[in-house]
Design a protein around this ligand. Sequence first.
Ligand code: SDX
Length: 423
Amino acid sequence: MADKKAQLIIEGTAPVELPVLTGTVGPDVIDVRSLTSTGHFTFDPGFMSTASCESKITYIDGDKGILLHRGYPIEQLAEKSDYLETCYLLLNGELPTTEQKAQFVSTIKNHTIVHEQLKTFLNGFRRDAHPMAVMCGIVGALSAFYHDSLDINNPQHREISAHRLIAKMPTIAAMVYKYSMGQPIMYPRNDLSYSENFLHMMFNTPAEIKPISPVLANAMDRIFILHADHEQNASTSTVRLAGSTGANPFACIAAGIAALWGPAHGGANEAVLTMLDEIGDVSNIEKFLAKAKDKNDPFKLMGFGHRVYKNFDPRAKVMKKTCDEVLGELGINDPQLELAMKLEEIALKDPYFAERNLYPNVDFYSGIILKAIGIPTSMFTVIFAMSRTVGWISHWKEMIASGQKIGRPRQLYTGHAQRDLPR
Ligand code: SDX
């Protein structure tokens, strides 16, 4: 991979030759690992120009709006695959055969129930606690129940932990929701698909078990696929960094959940609906766009912009199409969808957004579909966390298997030089 060289000339020192590494596709990288021997660090707060690792899982071309999972375009996976097949692909690198898929689905179904004692954890939270706070706490606590699979150097332990997390996240998410509603918790049903089972645990009660709408189950499954993985985003990088210390996978995923919660990241889907509520009417769009452009105003257009995509986020396109399909099939005429589409239309014509390549991202339309499915806004980022668990754990597995050293960045120190205490 290193047949090219870069030369770094620093005043007063001999030129430094650095290997240039080439991947399958995408930008070459300059391998700066030897730079410390020259007494220098690179400086890249926010990692705008930094490749933190080598990976084979997901590729994004931000200029062309391309997203590939193990080489397969997200549009094709969203249209023709399902979430558990996509999970298998992300975890193992290839699509499963029919037998492998059946075995994987059966394995996941065997891990959907959580330890009965986990229910007592819920009682420590107020009923109105934010679901992400509860999710973070409970997932982190899972490591207290699975002492049999915490040896991260054992591939079987890594495999069973990955399966347990993928299987249990919907159960935990539904528990968190039911607790907030004061309703009894619904146990998983293994006769249902992954998405049907989640909606069953969310919306059925012991008093009434209704069949799950295939329209809603398909929409849910597509939302899961669209959020499954996204290269080295903030929460995935958090999971990799936590994992590099040797922390157990449940603690690492809890760290990812915490990082995802921020409104600049996974918390944006909840913030989009709040923003649309605040805008309220098409007549207020210009006022809010002015706020978004005002550098003295912290308001940002939620669901717009992306560190990597300087074109449409391909997931947003699929999400918008799914929006139209689901609301049409359900006969829902959601004024917030109309408002969101008008906001997108006006923003994309505005020079401020056009000049900065700010387009709708995955979060812009997802909330409208989640609302149509009946999921409360406070649960939107929990859904994102559930979906992204397979991406997080796939990157965790890849990082552990690569034998990567502990992540430990350095800094540019601009504080006081050494000084003595004045006594
Ligand atoms: C996700 O990384 C991933 O892959 C994340 C994700 C995933 O799947 O894991 O895709 C999921 O997190 C999607 C993003 C969700 N967040 C939001 O929708 C929140 C709103 N978006 C912004 O906060 C922002 O766009 C970020 C955080 C997403 C990206 O920020 P960057 O890359 O640091 O870009 P920037 O802030 O440097 O923006 C460049 C310019 C700035 O203006 P200038 O200083 O050049 O004048 O664009 C402006 C920004 O102020 N800008 C916005 C804006 N986003 C960027 N201005 C108004 N509204 C916005 N939404």
